[in-house]
Design a protein around this ligand. Structure first.
Ligand code: NAD
Ligand code: IPM
Ligand code: MN
Length: 373
């Protein structure tokens, strides 16, 4: 009898390479701690489009729904664009999973670890103490706008008498803001009790409402300090003084962009994990989707060069948030720290004096460290 059911969607490009290493970490956790996880694999992205005609089929979606958690690699590989009226795009799998499971809170922790300071383009004296978590709103905003003219359609490119124009809409309801802001304050209560809410309230109405809601929610969390910061300032502060941040909450697109920027504090986008959560409960915690922050990285796919750490740390978040296995999650994180401390690095975070290893060897080192305890 298994302790939990996990659906694994490896996806495109480096997705299968890094997910394989995350699975090895989960298998090591099974061996060391005496668990048994039922793992089911499904198609997503380009392979799913080729085989099933959609970026994620109904059958695969149902398999996710029957699981405690979904471990996701990456999707993508088609040239950008094509327009909303084009054929299926691999990224649609993510939108479907996020929307239909109502994953509104996307947690993206960013921590600079001392042995890796040299891998970041930011000077070590600025990195000291950097330990923050982004709470990116994931269910609304520009990704899911609503056209007044065409209900159900988020965006369009249209020909008019004046020429061609394109429209995306940024719409948030008070409830959509409130639930993610509440999540951020609750997380802050378990951390350093500071929330930075990031918006563009000097320009956008959705941000003016966002600020109002943050003020309201803050009254329920008197022990948590909060501040408002404009998104352009935040982009600067992330480099100028990253250690000032604890919990950062922001709308969907701002969070997407700022977290890629923040990844450079760790040295590589390949280092960052994420958890997408809603409200549905499973036995060990919350049903969730776990994936590295990076994409399919077509430029390095198939070369055993991808950094698997973001995927492995995503598996740690899965253990923590969906399976309720805190000790096991911490062990995976500690194993990653240890391998890095010993100087093993994939090429993206390599520095002189370190040993360059490939994706598989990095995963093997993490596995061995976990098994050794
Ligand atoms: P990307 O994150 O795939 O790659 C950006 C850069 O970072 C590339 O130089 C790549 O080599 C490097 N990189 C990414 N992951 C790495 C890793 N694990 N180790 C070492 N280096 C790594 O972003 P992109 O190139 O802009 O997008 C490629 C495709 O991925 C697009 O189709 C995009 O839509 C998709 N994408 C998917 C996801 C997802 O599945 N969640 C996220 C981001 C982008
Ligand atoms: C991410 C990605 C996705 C996003 C893309 C692939 C749709 O960049 O998960 O960060 O923008 O949300
Ligand atoms: Mn992104």
């Amino acid at each position: 009898m298994s302790d939990a059911t996990i659906t694994v969607l490896q996806g495109d490009g480096v997705g299968p390479e890094v997910t394989e290493q995350a699975l090895r970490a989960l298998r090591a956790v099974e061996d060391v701690y005496g668990h048994s996880f039922a793992v089911h694999q499904g198609l997503v992205g380009l392979d799913a489009i080729a085989a099933e005609g959609a970026a994620i089929s109904d059958a695969t979606f149902e398999m996710c729904a029957r699981s405690d958690a979904v471990l996701f690699g990456a999707v993508g590989g088609l040239p950008a664009g094509g327009g909303p009226d084009g054929g299926p795009r691999p990224e649609q799998a993510l939108f479907r999973l996020r929307k239909e499971f109502d994953f509104f809170a996307n947690l993206r922790p960013v921590r600079s670890s001392e042995p890796m300071y040299g891998a970041s383009p930011v000077k070590p004296e600025y990195l000291k103490g950097t330990d923050m978590i982004f709470v990116r709103e994931l269910s609304a905003g520009l990704y899911y706008g609503r056209l007044e003219s065409v209900p159900g359609k988020p965006s369009e490119i249209r020909r008019t008498g004046r020429g061609t124009e394109a429209v995306d809409t940024l719409l948030y309801t008070e409830q959509e803001i409130e639930r993610v802001v509440r999540a951020a304050f609750e997380i802050a209560e378990r951390r350093d009790r500071k929330v930075t809410s990031v918006d563009k309230a000097n320009v956008l109405s959705s941000s003016v409402l966002w600020r109002e809601v943050v003020e309201q929610v803050s009254h329920d969390h008197p022990a948590v300090d909060h501040e408002h910061m404009l998104v352009d300032t935040c982009a600067m502060e992330l480099i100028r003084d990253p250690a000032r941040f604890d919990v950062v909450v922001t709308e969907n697109l701002f969070g997407d962009i700022l977290t890629d920027e923040a990844s450079m504090l760790t040295g590589s986008i390949g280092m960052l994990p994420s958890a997408s959560l809603g409200t549905r409960r499973v036995e060990g915690g919350l049903f969730g989707l776990y994936e590295p922050v990076h994409g399919s990285a077509p430029d390095i796919a198939g070369q055993d060069r991808a950094n698997p750490v973001g995927a492995v740390l995503s598996a740690a978040l899965l253990l923590r948030h969906s399976l309720g296995l805190e000790r096991e999650a911490a062990a995976v994180e500690a194993a990653v720290e240890e391998v890095v401390r010993l100087g093993y690095r994939t090429a993206d975070v390599h520095e002189s004096g370190c040993t360059v290893v490939g994706t598989r060897e990095m995963g093997g080192l993490i596995r061995e460290t976990l098994v050794r305890g």
